[in-house]
Design a protein around this ligand. Structure first.
Ligand code: SAM
Length: 322
């Protein structure tokens, strides 16, 4: 289902930067850190000064929206300073962060004070045992408290749920009902086989059409172009849920995203193992121009629809940042 008005051949204008500021995470979600392997952590992630320099250069190249991710971005002790250093950069209109929520309650007010307006919180189960099974830790209440705290201070709060057969697929209606009881947008995400074997992924994968069936009475909303999710109204139009379907439906059309990994590599596509080291540019007096060239060069790798096979080859999400 290609979003209306978006064509294959449209030039990709990059507006949205997803920046992984650490690959370290206190949770061990099996879909993100497959087999709960220990990831070789980047010894030297980008410093806060380097991040500010880079975001400035991205803004000069047309980026208007920045999202910090990881790993777990709230594990960076300097995360509030990072946010405040980029909030005022000319051209940057939106600053957000994606978190597992465990430490968000404590940090929410400071992050909002630093100028952050949006947060996405991962929540894959409302059942304590299942939550522990998925994440490897007993933090469901911390995450639920974090959602409350976030609603008090941020303009937009979204909840992300990766759907897995036999693990949390039965909870789709219960998790969707959060969008009825709270002013949040709930988005269900198809499992991507990043770092999984094909058979492992096959067993757990739940398609967007199955998710729609489980949601029951939903109506598609017009494509806003502002999100990777297809949005639906729920509850007679009073609530909204989204489905992010990178695997079973057209997903790449009109993608305006670019990623910087925690090790400072620029990646044009989540699914393709194509990247270039951005660090050497940081010492270049012509940083914005050099970065512009690199963005242009790598953007050519963006495909109308990146293949499933390429996703299988790509590395674990915790290194790339989701
Ligand atoms: N630690 C943060 C968190 O838990 O949200 C940020 C990093 S996480 C890599 C960012 C997003 O990627 C989360 O919404 C997570 O659910 C999603 N994600 C990770 N692995 C995935 C996979 N294999 N398939 C689909 N989404 C995935």
């Amino acid at each position: 289902m290609k979003p209306p008005g978006v064509s294959n051949s449209e030039a990709r204008e990059i507006k949205y930067l997803r920046l992984s500021i650490t690959d370290s995470c206190d949770m061990r979600c099996g879909y993100c850190v497959p087999h709960r392997t220990s990831i070789a952590h980047v010894a030297d992630p980008l410093s806060s000064e380097e991040i500010a320099l880079l975001v400035n250069a991205f803004a000069k190249n047309g980026v208007t929206k920045v999202r910090f991710t990881g790993g777990e971005p709230l594990q960076r002790p300097d995360v509030t300073g990072i946010i405040s250093s980029i909030v005022g950069i000319p051209g940057i209109e939106t600053v957000g962060l994606t978190t597992n929520g465990r430490y968000l309650k404590k940090l929410a007010a400071n992050l909002a004070g630093a100028g952050m307006r949006r947060v996405n919180i991962s929540l894959d189960s409302l059942d304590r045992k299942t939550f522990r099974l998925i994440t490897g830790c007993d933090a469901l209440n911390d995450v639920l408290d974090a959602i409350d705290a976030a609603l008090g201070v941020f303009e937009k709060v979204k909840i992300n749920t990766v759907v897995m057969r036999g693990i949390n697929d039965r909870e789709i209606p219960a998790i969707a009902s959060l969008a009825m009881s709270l002013p949040v947008e709930v988005r269900f995400i198809e499992l991507m086989p990043l770092g999984h074997s094909a058979s492992e992924w096959d067993m757990m994968f739940v398609s967007a059409s199955e998710i729609r069936r489980a949601l029951g009475n939903i109506e598609p909303l017009p494509y806003s172009g502002d999100s990777s999710a297809r949005m639906y109204s729920l509850n007679g139009g009073r609530s909204r849920v989204g489905i992010i379907s990178p695997m079973s439906e057209d997903f790449c059309y009109g993608c305006d995203r670019i990623r910087v990994t925690s090790s400072g590599k620029l990646r044009p596509c989540l699914r393709l193992p194509v990247e270039e080291d951005i660090r050497p540019l940081l010492r270049d007096t012509e940083l914005p121009a050099r970065l512009g060239e690199m963005i242009g060069r790598l953007s050519h790798h963006k495909l109308p629809q990146a293949s499933l096979e390429s996703a299988v080859q790509a590395e674990a999400m915790c290194s790339v940042g989701g």
